[in-house]
Design a protein around this ligand. Structure first.
Ligand SMILES: Cc1cc2nc3c(=O)[nH]c(=O)nc-3n(C[C@H](O)[C@H](O)[C@H](O)COP(=O)(O)OP(=O)(O)OC[C@H]3O[C@@H](n4cnc5c(N)ncnc54)[C@H](O)[C@@H]3O)c2cc1C
Length: 367
């Protein structure tokens, strides 16, 4: 087992915490620094679908990470439950897409990449999802898609990390910049002073671009606000995830139903708005009319780490040895987390990487 010197992770979302978990398991001394509490930003706010919303619209780079992660999630969820007693609830419900414009492309993609995705008779969709709104004409179905209860996932990750003797968590510790020495990054500056390390991993989600500006680097990662609403229904109300016109419904095991989401370029503002509430309620009622009589029990916003084509940045920054990136997962950070963090760990530990790292390398993608 290779055990290099200390690694600092800037950001304790799903990406930072899972990176620390995998590096820690390999014997590395790791420390997570978060400006707030860990797992309270996008990784808490997201919907937790363990698939891109329209997987066929993404590049092979995103697909490679998604597929590796999808196979990893069920066993990982069980392992976290066994270790921490907190169940991330990896819930395999399948997903129906309704009245898609690019159904043919979706089916051709599935055949090409060997994923189970079928056109189904709309009557079958109504049989399977009795609460579905009237008037949909076509459906395609992917039976194996899961959702993960992401607030529980981050809680379980935090508990697992707390139990690891070689992992330290420092919350409410905002990182303000990087320590440079002889052309190397040797730690970070924080409100509470300098913290030194052999390597630093930037996993600060939507804030990653701002932090790299302190080194004069342009990282195209920007905040993209997403709002969701939550209902509480009977446990068996909705047996499958459903998606139409860009809006989706996600059932949790206990009958909570999430409806998402908006996509807004509004800087770092995270305030939920009345407009979004009305628009999400209208989508909810169109998809599942029975929700008209249900109470909205939650409404929040999170900041996705937006990046070009949603391709994350994973690897070392060539101009700053010692500085590594794992950020820019945009709409898919929960599904892409396992493969992204495993790839980062492989690269940092000098192991054979699980997939070709080239598409995610910062080299040539920063200015
Ligand atoms: C409404 C919505 C729905 C979504 N649905 C899905 C979905 O269904 N499936 C899916 O896969 N993905 C989904 N996502 C996207 C997913 O949530 C994100 O891609 C993912 O959570 C990003 O994880 P992260 O760890 O990079 O960022 P975050 O979870 O935002 O974590 C970044 C952390 O860095 C910390 N930080 C920032 N700056 C500093 C600093 N200067 N010093 C110290 N710490 C700092 C923050 O406090 C934060 O804890 C959704 C997102 C939203 C908003």
């Amino acid at each position: 087992m290779k055990s290099d010197g200390k690694v600092l992770l800037v950001g304790g979302g799903a990406i930072g915490m899972l990176s620390a978990f995998l590096l820690g398991r390999s014997g590395m001394q790791t420390c997570i620094l978060d400006q707030g509490a860990t797992g309270r930003e996008s990784s808490w706010a997201g919907g937790g679908i363990v698939s891109p919303l329209y997987p066929w619209r993404y590049s092979a780079a995103v697909t490679a990470l998604a597929h590796w992660s999808q196979d990893f999630y069920p066993g990982f969820g069980q392992r976290l439950l066994d270790e921490t007693g907190i169940d991330p609830e990896v819930h395999v419900t399948g997903l129906y897409w309704l009245d898609l414009d690019d159904e043919a492309e979706a089916l051709a993609w599935a055949a090409r990449v060997g994923r189970e995705l079928f056109a189904v008779d709309i009557a079958e969709a109504y049989d399977q999802v009795a609460v579905l709104g009237a008037g949909f004409k076509r459906a395609i179905h992917m039976p194996g898609v899961a959702n993960v209860r992401n607030p529980r996932l981050v809680k379980a990750l935090r508990a697992a990390l707390t139990a690891m003797p070689n992992v330290e968590l420092r919350e409410h510790c905002p990182v303000t910049g990087f320590i440079q020495e002889n052309g190397q990054i040797r730690g970070v500056t924080t409100a509470a002073g300098e913290i030194r390390a052999d390597r630093v991993v930037l996993a600060a989600g939507a804030w990653s671009g701002e932090l790299l500006k302190t080194l004069g680097l342009e990282l195209p990662v920007e905040p993209v606000k997403g709002q969701m609403i939550l209902f509480k229904c009977a446990e068996d109300f909705l047996p499958s995830m459903v998606l139409a016109k860009g809006r989706y419904a996600i059932p949790r095991r206990d009958g909570h139903i999430l409806i998402g989401s908006t996509l807004e370029y509004a800087g770092f503002d995270k305030t939920p708005t009345d407009n979004a509430l009305e628009s999400l309620k209208a989508s909810a009622e169109e998809l599942l009319p029975a929700l008209r009589d249900a109470e909205v029990v939650g409404h929040w916003a999170g900041l996705r780490p937006g990046s070009p084509e949603g391709i994350p940045f994973i690897g070392e920054v060539p101009s700053y040895p010692g500085l590594w990136l794992n950020c820019g997962h945009f709409r898919n950070g929960l599904v892409l987390a396992p493969a992204s963090c495993q790839l980062l760990a492989d690269l940092m530990l000098g192991r054979e990487p699980i997939i070709d790292p080239a598409p995610y390398a910062p080299s040539g993608r920063l200015q």
